[in-house]
Design a binder for this molecule. Structure first.
Ligand SMILES: [Zn+2]
Length: 364
């Protein structure tokens, strides 16, 4: 391919090599899936992008120089506070970058890979996280992240998409493609905010582990066409969210572990009683048939997810977790259910019945 590409384009040699390497990588992983019996279409690249390395890209604090078809050029960044904080942190080694062109905005984006060595965080505290439809994420420490307009099937993009979906015309298809790009960015933006806040929550409760549910099960009770789109959307979104939590947590040495979520919404996080009638399907409120404990259903599930990690059998549990402590709003509970308040003057009862505080990811 090399000489072909050199003949047909003005790309510098290094960018030619990167371009076909990228195509080869995509093809390789597709062929791997075919060998595993998965049906998968041939890879395609719907947005133009170019891979840069040390020789073709120099990353400075506020600008970069890049090899282009018109020689080496210098460009200034348009930066947000988040990006600035990473560029100003000398502990990050700057590696490579990918230049993306977004047609709908007529703008270039430079994605930079940064490398930072971190040590695993000591300690045995676990924060449980429940991912669900109503709230996007709820933690065992009582933080709710509702994601604002991220309510599945109710936001603007979803409604427009649904109206276009049935139409088989070329303009409708183009509109759909443009929309899904914008929609994905809208959702990803919210998920970035939520994952960042989740990791901050874990840090503020001194947690070394975040327990999340293993996303292998397919969500039930969704049969209609609308529901299928919704399911695809949120399966994708939840996978993205878990990946974001994992790499954002890794920066602070916090490990993300997944646990089996079976019956986590039906089980009482206080006494362990499991019943399909513990939780009100309409309101999502949880009231235990056995011990009478009541709280928000997703909050209850988050505590169960966290507890699952504490009760993973010896040998399969993460090394370093020890006996483990589940972080709650103002204290911890161990695998046997023994509660330790952070502030000894507070009683155990207050933790167990307290209403969780609500946090919205809107406008952050
Ligand atoms: Zn109970």
């Amino acid at each position: 391919m090399y000489y072909d590409l050199r003949d047909r384009t003005d790309l510098p040699s290094n960018l030619c090599i990167r371009a076909y390497s990228k195509a080869v990588e995509a093809m390789k992983s597709t062929v791997e899936d075919w060998k595993d019996g998965e049906s998968r279409p041939l890879p395609s690249f719907d947005q133009p992008s170019a891979v840069y390395d040390k020789r073709t890209l120099t990353i400075r604090d506020r600008s970069a120089t890049l090899s282009t078809v018109n020689g080496r050029i210098e460009v200034e960044y348009v930066l947000g506070e988040y990006q600035r904080s990473y560029l100003d942190d000398d502990e990050h080694e700057r590696r490579m970058g990918t230049l993306h062109y977004r047609e709908d905005e007529d703008a270039f984006y430079l994605h930079i890979v940064l490398l930072k060595e971190v040590e695993k965080r000591d300690g045995d505290r676990v924060m449980g996280v429940d991912l669900n439809l109503k709230n996007v994420a709820v933690t065992s420490t009582g933080a709710f992240y509702d994601g604002g307009e991220l309510l599945w099937g109710q936001n603007h993009y979803f409604r427009v998409r649904r109206s276009l979906q049935g139409k088989d015309t070329r303009p409708a298809k183009q509109a759909l493609a443009r929309l899904s790009g914008r929609e994905n960015r809208f959702v990803l933006d919210r998920l970035h905010t939520i994952s960042r806040r989740l990791v901050e929550e874990a840090r503020s409760h001194d947690c070394s582990y975040i327990a999340v549910e293993r996303l292998t099960h397919i969500r039930e009770r969704m049969d209609s066409h609308d529901d299928r789109i919704k399911r695809q959307m949120h399966n994708w979104a939840f996978r993205e969210l878990q990946e974001m939590i994992a790499y954002k947590a890794a920066e602070y040495g916090i490990r993300v572990e997944d646990v089996n979520p079976a019956f986590s919404s039906q089980t009482c996080s206080k006494c362990g009683h499991q019943s399909g009638t513990n939780r009100d399907g309409d309101t999502g409120w949880f009231e235990c048939n056995e011990c009478g404990y009541e709280l928000d259903g997703d909050y209850n599930a988050a505590k169960n997810i966290g507890k699952r990690l504490l009760t993973v059998p010896e040998g399969k549990r993460p090394s370093g977790l020890g006996d483990g402590q589940l972080a709650l709003k103002s204290g911890t509970v161990n695998g046997n259910g023994e509660y330790t308040p952070d502030d000894p003057s507070r009683s155990a009862d207050r933790e167990s019945t307290g209403k969780p505080h609500s946090q919205s990811a809107e406008g952050v």
